[in-house]
Design a protein around this ligand. Structure first.
Ligand code: FE
Length: 222
């Protein structure tokens, strides 16, 4: 197969004016790629993990998407008992819902209300509620968002098109390797007759990060 461009793991995009058969042919692997290969091969050689363990874990990671989080939010909207359990212990409630946690992270669910708007960030790196949302978007990992979500959250929110009235508190929660956050957005007005599945279709990844609200005109299926 030939192609003229590809996306690299670090998100950069290179255009090639020559066709080639293999991704990264002729490109020297970087420091982290070499380190990853070395550690992986060593762990397998020492019998601590198998190649199949790694393959399986990648499959688990790839199976996580924002659709999972959206289902959790929709359930919380229609089931007050579940919502109470979710707010009390996010991880336990998600596990009860059938979402396994493959790591040692805790999940704190932050409820948006007419008085409080929550926004999540990882100022240090890219900690994110991966078991329920999958991989974070690139902007979440980049320095401008990580710094400005804390220093000027209302400005950042405005750039996402989200205007938070002055009388609404904006609360920013900084994720860590051990503690991850998920925003429980407000259920939009006019959705009283929607079922759980229709509600879940309204809930987007960005709403669960807290950069936008859930709205009725959200495109279904994204
Ligand atoms: Fe982090």
């Amino acid at each position: 197969m030939t192609h003229t461009s590809h996306i690299h793991d670090d998100g950069s995009h290179h255009d090639h004016d020559h066709p080639h058969a293999e991704i990264s042919v002729g490109e020297k692997p970087g420091y982290y790629a070499v380190m990853e290969t070395a550690v992986r091969e060593l762990l397998i050689a020492k019998g601590l993990i198998t190649a199949n363990d790694i393959r399986h874990q990648l499959e688990v990671l790839d199976s996580r998407t924002p659709a999972l989080g959206a289902k959790v939010v929709a359930r919380a909207w229609v089931d007050p008992g579940f919502k109470a359990r979710l707010l009390a212990d996010g991880r336990a409630a998600c596990e009860e819902f059938g979402i396994s946690f493959y790591d040692d992270t805790q999940l704190i669910v932050l409820e948006n209300t007419p008085a409080v708007h929550n926004l999540i960030v990882c100022t240090l790196c890219s900690c994110y509620p991966r078991p329920v949302l999958g991989l974070p978007p690139d902007w979440y990992k980049l320095k401008p968002y990580r710094a400005r979500a804390v220093s000027e959250p209302r400005v950042v929110l405005r750039e996402f098109g989200t205007i938070i009235p002055d009388d609404v508190e904006v609360r920013v929660s900084d994720s860590t390797s051990a503690v991850r956050y998920l925003v429980l957005p407000m259920r939009p007005a006019g959705t009283e007759n929607l079922g759980e599945e229709q509600l879940a279709a309204l809930v987007t990844r960005d709403a669960m990060i807290g950069v936008i609200p859930v709205t009725l005109d959200q495109e279904v299926g994204q």
